[in-house]
Design a protein around this ligand. Structure first.
Ligand SMILES: [Zn+2]
Length: 364
């Protein structure tokens, strides 16, 4: 862990817990500095959709816990894997929409908040990260600062859109390879996708990487088999992106890894999430039970708000504002290779807000 000292930040005043949200940014950054210092390099971070909004990735849920797109009905896990003609149609629909919806996710770039979070990891202030996001942006950010970063330092609680696997044999492939297979088997759809890229008229992409299409006959779409099953002359089973679907539970392996990270942490820093998913909320509950100090920096109400005053402090603020101020000061007054690595990328994140949510649209 890099020794960080920040004489330039004002001391955070003693405040009632409810007062954290009104701290001016420099005092808020100072509060964060003390929180990380007390964590002694064993602080674990937990992030959600809020940190990816500036990269143009739409949040599932708005501030009141509702879907930010009222018309969005995500495909459910049991529909995707149903072994029937109906399931077959669900899969065609899912992969057709996902084929068109994936390129903007694939091309999304880390925003400043992703860079700040990677910086905290790289400086050893909070080396481990648990994210609910499936957009791969934490990895893109960390690999900018440190191409050989420890891949196990990021746990994707709900998986990643960057990979797919077949259900029976769990052969894993990159999503890019599977996209190529889809394109080759579906030249008409591929043409549609390229046209959308050319004209910039991309259909709106939902956070799990699919799009809404209306009046489309999905029977014209072919779902490619698993490449590895094909090569090994096995009967290919269904191919699924490495993401946890609605109605699907996370694997025991990922669940246990996430619980272990919390149990072995000194404190928990929660950034940009309403903790609407149970798999994330459960981690906060565990941290409270273990009496770990918790600092949450996010806007709007969250599922963990009832823990406030019970070990959990909350700043109702955009996480990146506080992290950015803290890191600006931290790299000014600290030295070492890690600090130099961070300095080089600290202000390189892109900001590309998603388009405003459209009003309700008629189906069909
Ligand atoms: Zn396979």
């Amino acid at each position: 862990m890099v020794k960080i000292s920040i004489p330039t930040l004002p001391k955070a005043p003693l405040l009632p817990r409810s007062g954290l949200s009104i701290l001016p940014i420099p005092e808020a950054a100072s509060y964060l500095a003390r929180f990380l210092e007390n964590g002694k390099g064993q602080t674990v971070m937990l992030t959600g959709a809020g940190v990816s909004v500036d990269s143009g990735i739409r949040a599932y849920r708005g501030e009141k816990g509702t879907y930010s797109n009222p018309n969005y009905k995500p495909i459910l896990y049991h529909e995707l894997v149903e072994d029937s003609d109906r399931g077959d149609m669900f899969r065609r629909r899912y992969w057709a929409r996902s084929f068109l919806g994936y390129p903007p996710v694939r091309d999304a770039q880390p925003n400043p908040t992703h860079i700040y979070i990677a910086a905290l990891q790289h400086l050893g202030l909070a080396p481990k990260l648990i994210t609910q996001n499936v957009d791969n942006l934490h990895r893109k950010a960390y690999s900018l600062i440190s191409p050989n970063y420890d891949k196990s330092s990021i746990l994707e609680l709900h998986g990643t859109l960057a990979k797919v696997h077949c259900l029976k044999h769990r052969h894993e492939q990159t999503r890019d390879v599977y996209q190529e297979d889809i394109a080759r088997m579906n030249p008409v759809w591929d043409e549609e996708s390229k046209e959308a890229e050319r004209t910039g008229q991309r259909p709106r992409t939902n956070p799990d990487g699919d799009v809404e299409l209306h009046g489309v006959d999905y029977r014209s779409f072919s779902v490619p088999p698993c490449r590895i099953c094909e090569r090994e002359k096995l009967k290919s089973s269904m191919v699924k992106p490495n993401v946890v679907f609605f109605g699907e539970t996370i694997t025991a392996e990922v669940r246990d890894a996430s619980l272990d990270l919390i149990a072995n942490s000194s404190s928990l820093l929660i950034l940009g999430t309403s903790l609407a998913t149970y798999s994330a909320y459960r981690l906060v509950k565990l941290a409270v039970e273990h009496k770990k100090p918790i600092l949450m920096i996010t806007t709007g109400p969250t599922r963990a708000d009832p823990f406030m005053g019970n070990g959990l402090d909350k700043m109702d603020r955009v996480a990146g504002d506080v992290l950015g101020k803290y890191l600006d000061e931290a790299v000014k007054t600290s030295t070492g290779q890690e600090v130099e690595d961070v300095k080089r990328y600290l202000h390189t994140g892109v900001v590309k807000r998603p388009p405003a949510v459209e009003g309700p649209r008629a189906e069909g």
